[in-house]
Design a protein around this ligand. Structure first.
Ligand code: HEC
Length: 155
């Protein structure tokens, strides 16, 4: 049997945590979830490379983000919004009309397994590639981004 005093402490802590979790839902976010317009895309080598990219990377590196239901619940929503802001800032395939820093590194990031980031993979099993899929994707990224930054996409 648990000591009743201990049980009381646990119960009070759980209640406090619950109240806190509800309270933080009311903290307003400055992040605007209306996707900015797509103004230019890279010259994708094949539609397949684009599809794979949108499946595994587009949520953070394009203006066509899909927001799952749990992305609205704090504190997870804060982390997700932060990833989207940072991800788009490094490399955004929807604004290829502007100069982009990250594209050249994309094949290597995938090959090394550093992108997509770990927590995303846990929640998005469709972004886990087989060795074969990964090879083909890295290849497609190389052909798409390999020759430096294209000024205009082929839409
Ligand atoms: C959950 C959001 C998220 C997903 C999904 C994601 N990324 Fe990223 N990515 C980031 C963030 C945040 C950064 C910037 C911080 C960092 O480098 O960790 C970044 C940075 C990068 C960079 C720039 C690295 C540099 O040298 O500046 C590249 C390239 C990149 N990601 C490629 C990809 C590719 C390719 C995929 C898909 C296979 C992908 N990312 C999926 C969030 C994401």
């Amino acid at each position: 049997m648990l000591n009743p005093r201990f049980t009381r402490i646990i119960r009070r802590s759980a209640t406090a945590l619950g109240v806190l979790l509800v309270a933080i839902q009311f903290i307003p976010s400055s992040f605007d979830r209306t996707d900015p317009p797509v103004t230019g895309e890279p010259p994708w080598d094949t539609p397949q490379t684009r599809t794979t990219f949108m499946t595994a990377c587009g949520d953070c590196h394009s203006n066509e983000t899909r927001y799952p239901w749990y992305s609205s619940i704090a504190p997870g929503s804060w982390l997700i919004e932060h990833d989207i802001i940072e991800g788009r800032r490094h490399f955004n395939v929807s604004q290829w009309d502007r100069s982009q820093r990250g594209g050249d590194d994309a094949p290597e990031e995938v090959q090394r397994g550093s992108m997509p980031i770990g927590p995303y993979l846990l929640l998005h099993p469709e972004a886990n590639f087989t060795a074969d899929q990964k090879l083909r994707f890295v290849d497609g990224l190389r052909r798409t981004f390999g020759n430096g930054h294209a000024e205009n996409g082929n839409d």
